[in-house]
Ligand binder design. Sequence first.
Ligand SMILES: [Fe+2]
Ligand SMILES: [Fe+2]
Length: 276
Amino acid sequence: MDFDFSADRVPRYYVDGNPFKTTFVTALSSLFPEGEFFFVEAVRHYRNRITDPVLKAQISGFIGQEALHSLAHKAFNDAATVQGFQVDKLDRDVGFLLRQVKRFTPPIVHLAATACLEHYTAVFTEMLLKDEEVINTFSPEIRNLYLWHSVEENEHKTVAFDVYEAVGGGYLLRASFMIPTTIVFFAVIFWFQARLLAKDGQLFKVRQNLKGFNYIFGRKGVLSSLIPQYLDWFKPNFHPSHHDTDALLATWQEKLFGEDGLLTAKIMTPSKKLPH
Ligand SMILES: [Fe+2]
Ligand SMILES: [Fe+2]
C-alpha cells in the first residue's frame, strides 16, 4: 500500500485534533512492527505440522498480510518519530519485551499469545468497521491505514486460532493465557502513552487526559463497550467465526478495493515500484 504519512498529510494530532486520543493510537501503532512480526514467527513455526491444504493456504495469506501491516505501521511510526514523538524508542522496547517472551517460554505459548492478541485485533477492528463514528475522527491517511488493516484483520482472524487448535493447543491454556496477555498489553499501552504525552508536554493536562481516558475506557467508552465480545473468548466452544463479519467484510472490500474504491489507487504494483 502506497501510504503517505508525511507531516503535510498527517496533522500532529491526527485523531480528532486531540493529544490524548492521538497518543493512544500512536502507542497502539508502536506495538505493530515488532508485534506482528512476532505473530508471523509464532504461526510459521507450526506451518509444517499443518496438513489441511485450506489452512496451509490461509497461513500463507496471514503471513503476507501481517508482514505488510508491520511495514506500513513502521512507516507511520517513522513519520511520528520525525514529528518528535520518539516512537522508535517504544518500538525497540517492544522488541526487547518480545525477545524475553521468546527466550523464556515455549513456542505453544507464543502461538497462544498470538491467538489472544488476534482476538483483540478482530474485536477492535470489527468495531472500527461497524461504527464509523470512531474511525471518522481519524485524519484521512490514518483512516485509510486503519480501514485497510481492519479489513485484513477480519479476513484472517481465524488463522492463528485454527493453527493453535490443529497443533493440539487446548482450552485451558488459551483461556488462562488471555489474563496475563490483557494485563501486559494494557500496562504497555499506558506506559507508552504516558511517555508520548510526557514527550509532548501534555502529560499533566489532567482535565484533557481524563476526558480522553473516559472516551476510551469510561462507561460506554470506545473500548469498554467491547467487553462482552472480548469475554466470548472464555467460552469453551468459542471460535472467532462466531463473530460473523462476512457481510461487513464484503461491503468494505468493495468500498476500499472496488472499481472506484477508496484505496484502489494506493495498491502498489511491481511496475509502480520500478525506477524509471
Ligand atoms: Fe495486522
Ligand atoms: Fe492479525
